[in-house]
Design a protein. Structure first.
Length: 291
């Protein structure tokens, strides 16, 4: 499972991205059932919570997970069923992909709104030593990501970007063709120095978080954290903001083109992957009985 790749700035936003990341697990229901263990384990990388803080957080986390399974997972299952139907009817194109992308963004926003009060309380209650631990962890995160994504020369960054995307695509489509691999490489070149732009933006967000936490006892702290979590665009760098629409469109164009280039075997593989994901999620005991 690819849990560690979510290490970074938004303390509880593992909940946000996990619904996508755990799709790479062999058993998504196994990962989902263990979120109450996985998320505290991840947070330990950033916060040294005391016993009372841990107890309160775990209780809040159980409530969030129950809410998510009862109210959000049924929506995901319906969307997965719709996507699978579109694949079988060969209705996948840029427009349908954009609709699903917007659905994913809305799902993230709903989770963000749900967990914002818990995140705010957790950060508000940190003592000075815990804040230092958080800032040190964020600094370590920056160093590690800079080493991994910025130190290699640009041509290697682009090659590795294409390789990562190729692995993701093959999870859904199976073995990809030379033409599809070339299309992925074109996309990787189109992004150019995106590693630097992305990391600069990430660092700016982290600095804004650290500055907010430093003023956690002052008026307006809750609103500032809410803006950081719910409307991160306000904290983007100018360069990232200018590039975002282009990068977003490039990703949608890539997905649309790869599907248009896919053969019958690849589409059958995609159908099976969607079916397995839908069955895996649908088998969770926490779902409403009406499911």
């Amino acid at each position: 499972m690819h849990i560690r790749q979510t290490r970074g700035c938004k303390t509880l936003l593992l909940l946000v991205t996990l619904t996508l990341i755990i799709a790479g697990c062999s058993r998504i229901n196994l990962a989902y059932r263990n979120l109450d263990t996985l998320i505290p384990w991840w947070i330990d990388d950033y916060l040294d919570l005391n016993r009372d803080q841990q107890k309160r957080f775990r209780a809040q986390l159980r409530d969030h997970l129950s809410w998510h399974c009862q109210t959000q997972l049924p929506i995901y299952l319906d969307i997965l069923g719709q996507l699978q139907h579109q694949v079988r009817r060969d209705e996948i194109n840029e427009a349908t992909l954009r609709t699903h992308y917007q659905n994913a963004k809305q799902a993230i926003q709903k989770i963000t709104e749900e967990i914002t009060p818990t995140t705010t309380q957790l950060l508000h209650d940190l003592d000075d030593a815990q804040v230092r631990t958080l800032n040190e962890a964020l600094e370590k995160d920056r160093r590690e990501r800079a080493e991994k994504y910025l130190q290699p020369p640009l041509d290697r960054q682009i090659r590795e970007r294409a390789e990562r995307m190729g692995e993701r695509v093959e999870h859904w489509l199976g073995t990809i063709s030379a033409a599809q691999r070339q299309r992925i490489l074109v996309w990787a070149h189109t992004l150019g120095e995106h590693n630097r732009v992305w990391l600069d933006n990430r660092v700016q967000w982290q600095h804004a978080l650290s500055a907010a936490v430093a003023q956690r006892r002052e008026a307006g702290f809750d609103d500032r954290i809410a803006r950081l979590l719910r409307g991160g665009e306000a904290f983007w760098t100018d360069e990232y903001r200018a590039a975002f629409d282009r990068i977003e469109q490039a990703a949608l164009d890539l997905a649309s083109d790869l599907y248009a280039m896919s053969g019958a075997d690849q589409r059958a593989h995609l159908d099976r992957q969607l079916e397995n994901l839908r069955k895996d999620l649908g088998s969770l005991a926490c779902l409403p009985e009406s499911r």
